[in-house]
Design a protein around this ligand. Structure first.
Ligand SMILES: [Zn+2]
Length: 314
């Protein structure tokens, strides 16, 4: 019976437990024992398909453990704990996968999947990481780079990175960054810079704007009109309402900091412009509806411009 050994102060092994279904079948031909002594009864053929490391292990017969009853499947002691092993095995078996609750959990599974060269599991985990890209773009980017996951993960993380601002203090706390090179992180920053350059070009040319469609380009009120600008879509120049020009200047700053259409989705982008347009007899009734349509167009133009920017993936 396992008991603490009081004489030498060593703690005895915890008792063995059985893993949950489907890793508890008597027909199994191998037992994987986790570091916390949970026995996973598995089939070698499934493991060999999922992992060349296991396939190599099964090239030669596994020795029978002298501690196990005769006829019992061979036992392989694993470095992973029961929770990790259950997650990893669920990625190999044709069963419902364990949901990934956090990036910490994903990292542990990625580590184990890479250790056993489980390409299918790595791809599955990569797909799950995309769900975390908005909440933790730098961490997901670092994990995708470190574990050489599919390009979609890197792209999703880089895209989400465009719409956040991260303080250096926060970056310093991200342990994941310790596992990628400075040049890999620089690729992310360079992508963001090039997206910003592409996004502000939308504000520096008016050839995508129909000059006859919007009240702020046809208002003759002396209190509204400011300078002349263009060319617009039809090649003509037009007078601009000062309130619209100011709004565009504000939105330009926003996309310079966060180069994506989403950065312009807040109603605060148009709040000041609408208040000022409300002082003009011509613009007052038209501006709310027209600005709503224009902002959708603007967001689309910014997203189109940013989508043209290539992300370097090594
Ligand atoms: Zn006006």
């Amino acid at each position: 019976m396992d008991e603490p050994n009081a004489a030498n102060g060593e703690q005895a092994d915890p008792p063995e437990t059985d893993a949950p279904a489907p890793f508890n079948k008597p027909t199994a031909d191998l037992i994987l024992r986790s570091s916390d002594r949970m026995n996973f009864r598995v089939r070698k053929a499934i493991l060999a398909e999922a992992s060349p490391v296991f396939e190599d292990m099964f090239t030669f017969p596994l020795p029978q453990s002298p501690d196990e009853p005769a006829g019992s499947p061979p036992v392989v002691d694993m470095a992973e704990d029961g929770h990790t092993l259950e997650g990893l095995l669920s990625l190999c078996y044709p069963i419902r996968k364990m949901p990934i609750q956090s990036l910490e959990e994903a990292t542990i599974l990625l580590d184990a999947a890479r250790k056993y060269s489980m390409d299918g599991a790595l791809t599955f985990l990569g797909d799950r990481l995309i769900d975390f890209a908005k909440a933790g773009p730098v961490r997901v980017y670092a994990l995708a780079t470190r574990y050489q996951l599919q390009e979609e993960v890197v792209r999703a993380a880089a895209k989400a990175f465009l719409n956040i601002y991260i303080h250096n203090a926060h970056l310093k706390s991200l342990e994941d960054l310790n596992h990628i090179s400075a040049s890999a992180y620089l690729r992310l920053l360079d992508y963001r810079d090039r997206c910003a350059a592409a996004a502000v070009r939308v504000f520096d040319t008016y050839t995508w704007i129909d000059s006859s469609r919007w009240c702020w380009l046809s208002c003759g009120s002396s209190g509204c009109a400011s300078g002349c600008a263009g060319p617009f879509k039809d090649g003509r120049h037009s007078r601009l309402a000062a309130w619209w020009e100011k709004m565009m200047s504000y939105c330009r700053k926003l996309v310079l900091a966060n180069p994506c259409g989403e950065a312009l989705a807040s109603r605060s982008c148009t709040a000041v412009a609408l208040a000022e347009a409300g002082k003009c007899n011509n613009c007052r009734s038209l501006a709310p509806h027209e600005l709503e349509g224009f902002m959708a167009l603007l967001i689309n133009e910014v997203d189109k411009a940013v989508a043209q920017v290539e992300l370097d993936i090594v």
